[in-house]
Design a protein around this ligand. Structure first.
Ligand SMILES: Cc1cc2nc3c(=O)[nH]c(=O)nc-3n(C[C@H](O)[C@H](O)[C@H](O)COP(=O)(O)OP(=O)(O)OC[C@H]3O[C@@H](n4cnc5c(N)ncnc54)[C@H](O)[C@@H]3O)c2cc1C
Length: 393
């Protein structure tokens, strides 16, 4: 059964759990904080569905998808744009669905901000919880069943999740639904919920209070700063950015706490698996205002996605761009993260005994040195250029 053949290739989509006709599949969380299927041999009737439908084992493709048409976009509602992770393209797509009377399925934080799961809603209040990106793995148990129930009742649904979760939904449904729109995002790789918990644990200890709000990629210092804002129940707050945030450094410099399967992601291929793909439009020269507020890349991958995106235009500023520009700024569209097994292993060995930030800083020491040397060299280069320029003048 699936637990015997998949091992660490498992992407943790949990679809096999929804699929199993005898509920024989449970999920066990390993020491790194990632869950894997475990089949109860007493309940299992050996139908083989879990293996036949697994998106990783099947390398799921979408036969309706073509090479994407690419747009640079941002939501017109300024407040939502500032609160969104990129340009707020997701919220524009979601508002279209809500205004059509449909449902949105996406990821929310738990009440204590320590974990995340997928839910379905059909109100603006639901959108307030679903929007904004949580950079660690969302628990999707039960979501595939719930989406199918709504689709079979004739309801419209917008599903948003990682490419692997979208591939899982395709496999689970096994047929095209005109009333479903699937949206994935450019995914660098998904992080361990245990790493997020370790970060929260340290912050709560440092501030002597529980978290009351957690915002990855807060834009108060600008979109490109990759701000991380955490508020506490005692009124204090913690703000770090790409140069000071332990989370961001651990994630971006060495992929320290990413799921093993992301190193060989099956869904970074083109054409994509979903109707629409969204992400940050890195690498596009634009006004200081746009660099502060954020811009989305929208990839239209299917005819259904195109029709839906066209109907989203009243909520959004959208301009066509060429695919190469998007690709140049965003390697994560195609490239899988590289792992540093020694550092990654050390991270997970010490996650319960060392403070999160100290651990990440220790494992990043050589990177910090490299960055200082790089900074010194580019300052030196700049100074030499200035002197040569003055001499010429
Ligand atoms: C782990 C991860 C890695 C990413 N890597 C890149 C990258 O390398 N390059 C890039 O351009 N973009 C990346 N993105 C996508 C980007 O960060 C934004 O999510 C995307 O651009 C949408 O932004 P937005 O402003 O339109 O919407 P937002 O308001 O941010 O909406 C986010 C949507 O994603 C869903 N979502 C949020 N967190 C999760 C989660 N943990 N699992 C599944 N679904 C979730 C929400 O339900 C919502 O539908 C990544 C996202 C994640 C979760």
């Amino acid at each position: 059964m699936v637990d015997e053949v998949i091992g660490k290739e498992c992407c943790g989509c949990k679809m096999c759990g929804d699929l199993c006709p005898t509920d024989a599949i449970q999920f066990v969380t390993d020491q790194e904080g990632f869950w894997y299927p475990q089949v109860d041999s007493e309940k299992c009737v050996k139908c083989g569905l879990c293996v036949k439908k697994c998106p990783v084992l099947n390398e799921t493709v979408n036969p309706n998808a073509f090479m994407p048409d690419v747009y640079c976009a941002w939501i017109l509602d300024e407040e939502i744009r500032m609160k969104s992770t990129s340009g707020g393209a997701y919220s524009a797509l979601a508002l279209r669905m809500l205004d059509d009377g449909g449902y949105i399925a996406g990821c929310v934080f738990s009440d204590d901000w320590k974990s995340a799961k997928h839910v379905i809603g059909n109100t603006r209040a639901d959108l307030d919880k679903i929007f904004r990106t949580k950079y660690f793995q969302s628990d999707t148990a039960g979501i595939y069943r719930s989406v199918r129930e709504l689709l079979d009742q004739g309801e419209r649904v917008l599903f948003c999740g990682c490419p692997c979760q979208n591939a899982a939904l395709r496999e689970y449904l096994g047929k095209e639904y005109e009333n479903l729109v699937q949206c994935d995002f450019i995914c660098r790789g998904i992080n361990s919920p245990a790493a997020h918990r370790a970060n929260v644990r340290e912050l709560e200890k440092r501030y002597g209070s529980e978290v009351s709000f957690f915002n990855f990629k807060n834009k108060s210092a600008g979109w490109t700063r990759l701000g991380l804002l955490v508020k506490f129940k005692n009124g204090q707050q913690d703000f770090t950015d790409r140069d000071t945030s332990a989370w961001t450094k651990g994630y971006i410099n060495y992929n320290l706490f990413m799921r093993p399967s992301c190193e060989r992601c099956h869904f970074k291929r083109l054409p994509r698996v979903s109707d629409l793909s969204i992400g940050d439009f890195w690498g596009l020269e634009s006004s200081p205002e746009n660099m502060k507020k954020g811009m989305s890349v929208v990839m239209v991958n299917t005819e259904k996605g195109r029709r839906y995106y066209e109907r989203t235009l009243p909520y959004i500023h959208s301009e066509p761009q060429d695919f190469q520009t998007a690709l140049n700024g965003n390697g994560a569209i195609r490239i899988c993260p590289k792992y540093y097994p020694r550092k990654r292993g050390e991270f997970f060995r010490c996650i319960d005994t060392e403070d999160f930030s100290k651990l990440v800083t220790r494992l990043n020491r050589d990177q910090a040195l490299k960055q200082s040397v790089h900074r010194l060299l580019s300052r030196g280069k700049h100074a030499v250029k200035k002197i040569l320029h003055m001499q010429k003048g």
